[in-house]
Design a protein around this ligand. Structure first.
Ligand SMILES: O=C(O)c1ccccc1NCC(=O)[C@H](O)[C@H](O)COP(=O)(O)O
Length: 354
């Protein structure tokens, strides 16, 4: 398919054209192979109801005109929604980071990582202490749906304020492009003496990221069922256990929830009230998913459920607690307050500090 010695490619995003030499035809062939593997991945994922495709837009050339190769913008190489765009971007980011820091280097760094803290234990203890859902307070400067949430953003100050205000655990955004977060923030918070266990809030698509997160001091990671096929989740949950990391597996609908309930070893499940493809927020998602048989399974297996997103008032907290969650993950409503710790008291309707 790619035997031409010299082809010219046009990237619609860059608006530029290049003439490829014979050496580059090998690179091009590799890209095509990679694209074929990606297509296979997407076919498997689609059978599990996963709509997020996993390949960055490096599809095969659409057509040749003489020596020119055109890659036109089309349905196959244009992200359908923000989550897909984030995942495609992450694919490129991770590929570059992996080249700079291969697994062997990260594995060596694991020995110097701070000891792992018990994420689930902290949530249970907070729930028992207060009678309210344990709080995972989010350190987040911005998000695609809300833009900049806090101009004056000092991650350590916010983390310390959350801890003082009674948070059980913290969630630290590490994605730079869409959330203005960083792994540096995670390390700064860990090294500042904050005792709360830390969730690395990242878009995990590759097991390498689990090792990287742990090497940077994470105690827990997020696995999003809308992005990861069952086999990836299974494999990643096992690696998390080996590394001592807690996996918070996130679902948004019944199908994702049922898939995750079918995976052995899952102990912490989050229900995201935000549809990450449309940004629509509806806290009744938590209630709907925990009704009936699914709620029964959760109780029998002693799985901790986390209500995520769109929680602003004591009534919201009471509503998701009534639905069956023992923990909540909250960002916007507390990070926007001038004193985020006090924001926690407002959110719960009472002082929950230790
Ligand atoms: O919030 C977004 O815009 C967003 C877009 C794409 C992927 C993920 C996104 N958010 C992650 C979250 O779900 C929230 O950060 C988290 O649950 C806290 O939500 P909130 O309390 O509403 O800030």
């Amino acid at each position: 398919m790619h035997e031409r010695q010299s082809v010219k490619s046009v990237d619609p995003n860059e608006g530029s054209a290049t003439i490829a030499t014979s050496g580059e035809s090998v690179v091009e062939a590799l890209k095509v192979k990679e694209w074929e593997v990606g297509m296979f991945h997407n076919e498997v994922a689609a059978t599990q109801g996963i709509r997020i495709r996993r390949r960055p837009p490096t599809g095969p050339p659409n057509h040749y005109v003489g020596p020119f190769q055109f890659r036109l913008q089309n349905e196959g190489n244009t992200p359908r929604n923000i989550l897909e765009e984030i995942v495609w971007n992450k694919d490129n980011e991770v590929a570059q980071l992996k080249e700079r820091k291969p697994l062997i280097t990260i594995s060596k760094a694991l020995g110097n990582a701070p000891p792992v803290r018990d994420f689930i234990g902290a949530l249970r203890a907070a729930n028992e202490r207060t009678g309210l859902p344990g709080l995972i307070a989010e350190v987040k400067k911005a998000s695609p749906s809300r833009g900049i949430l806090r101009e004056n953003f000092d991650p350590v100050e916010i983390a310390q304020s959350y801890e003082k205000g009674g948070a059980a655990c913290l969630s630290v955004l590490t994605d730079e492009k869409y959330f203005k977060g960083s792994f540096e923030n995670l390390e700064l918070i860990r090294n500042a003496g904050v005792k709360c266990p830390l969730l690395c809030k990242e878009f995990i698509i590759d097991a390498w990221q689990l090792y990287y997160a742990r090497s940077k001091g994470a105690d827990a990671v997020l696995l999003i069922a809308a992005v990861l096929p069952d086999l990836d989740i299974k494999y990643m949950v096992k690696i998390c256990k080996l590394l001592g990391l807690t996996a918070l597996v996130e679902v948004h609908d019944e199908m994702e929830f049922d898939r995750v309930l079918g995976i052995e070893g899952v102990e912490l499940i989050g229900i995201n009230n935000r549809n990450l493809e449309t940004f629509e927020l509806d806290i009744s998602t938590t209630k709907k998913l925990l009704e009936g048989e699914r709620g029964k399974i959760i109780r029998e297996r002693n799985i901790i459920m986390v209500g995520e997103s769109g929680l602003f008032t004591p009534e919201d907290i009471a509503y998701v607690q009534e639905a069956g969650v023992k923990a909540v993950l909250v960002g916007e409503s507390i990070v926007k307050q001038s004193d985020p710790g006090k924001g926690i008291s407002n959110l719960f309707g009472k002082d929950i500090s230790v």
